[in-house]
Design a protein around this ligand. Structure first.
Ligand code: DGL
Length: 283
């Protein structure tokens, strides 16, 4: 059996990278839905259908657990798939399978609280407000998942989201570094204008943005802490597998990379991030 990692494109490789570090002996199948990337500007129902198709493909490859390494899929589709599709699909397959998102671990890392914790609203005076900037796709920003879930848990944290409509596509298409830097800087400035000052911390709430995390680091005020989803997800998956021995991550150390787009190598930006050549097979 294996761990499946799904994204609309190459962004999920940032999560995959940390998962492989954490579970070196496990078997992995990565699926990039590059025929349909980017998801971030698509209507919700399309995102649900595409995400379900991606999960089905990975379960058909023998995965037990699929990690949705995509904020857009996780914020728009995950709950619906868990409620309306997964229970019946498990019965059909006749084995335990699950789909896990990356937003819960990110919110746990941002709040410093376990997911089960929901703050009592006592109306205490907040001495110091911690302003958290979230950079994401338009679909994730529209879902307001970070605002809603963090607000339930921490009254001293205020979330401001900045949708970045073009950034994931630019990363998929190997845009020049100067162009990427200019777009990142524009979004950081736009967020700062809306807040009225620089955020105290930031979340790169689209897995593609980890590939240009250094550009966010340059554009944000020096020293701004950034919550990294790949690390938060790898830590959460280690706890998950301890609690759920029924899911077998495999023991062969195999790595397969599938794409619904053009098979072969990925672009230079992605290979530089990954640190070596990557070969994708046709999904
Ligand atoms: N990497 C994805 C995310 O985390 C998807 C980006 C897109 O397809 O627009 O949101």
């Amino acid at each position: 059996m294996a761990i499946g990692v799904f994204d609309s494109g190459v962004g999920g490789l940032s999560v995959h990278h940390k998962l492989v570090e954490r579970f070196p002996g496990a078997d992995f199948v990565y699926l990039a839905d590059q025929a349909n990337t980017p998801y971030g500007g698509r209507p919700g129902e399309e995102i649900v259908d595409l995400t379900r198709a991606g999960c089905e493909r990975l379960f058909a490859e023998g995965c037990d657990v699929v990690v949705l390494a995509c904020n857009t899929a996780a914020s728009v589709a995950l709950r619906r798939l868990q409620q309306t599709w997964l229970p019946g699909y498990r019965r059909e397959l006749g084995r335990p399978v699950n789909v896990i998102g990356i937003i819960v671990p990110t919110i746990e890392a941002a709040t410093g609280l376990p997911w089960e914790h929901e703050a009592e609203r006592r109306g205490d005076k907040v001495e110091k407000l911690d302003i958290l900037g979230v950079f994401s796709t338009p679909a994730t920003a529209t879902s307001r998942v970070y605002e809603i879930e963090i607000d339930k848990r921490r009254q001293d944290v205020a979330v401001f989201s900045e949708p970045c409509p073009e950034l994931a596509r630019m990363i998929e298409t190997n845009a020049p570094r100067e162009a990427l830097a200019a777009v990142v800087a524009d979004h950081v400035q736009a967020l700062q204008r809306r807040i009225g000052r620089a955020p105290d911390r930031a979340i790169l709430g689209c897995t593609h943005y980890e590939i240009v995390a250094d550009l966010f680091g340059e554009a944000l005020s020096p020293g701004t802490p950034v919550i990294h989803q790949p690390q938060a997800t790898a830590d959460a998956m280690a706890r998950y597998f301890e609690r759920h021995p029924e899911y077998d991550p495999g023991h062969g150390g195999t790595r397969r990379f599938l794409t619904t787009g053009t098979p072969g190598a990925q672009n230079g930006l992605v290979e530089t991030f990954w640190g070596s050549a990557l070969h994708f097979e046709r999904a």
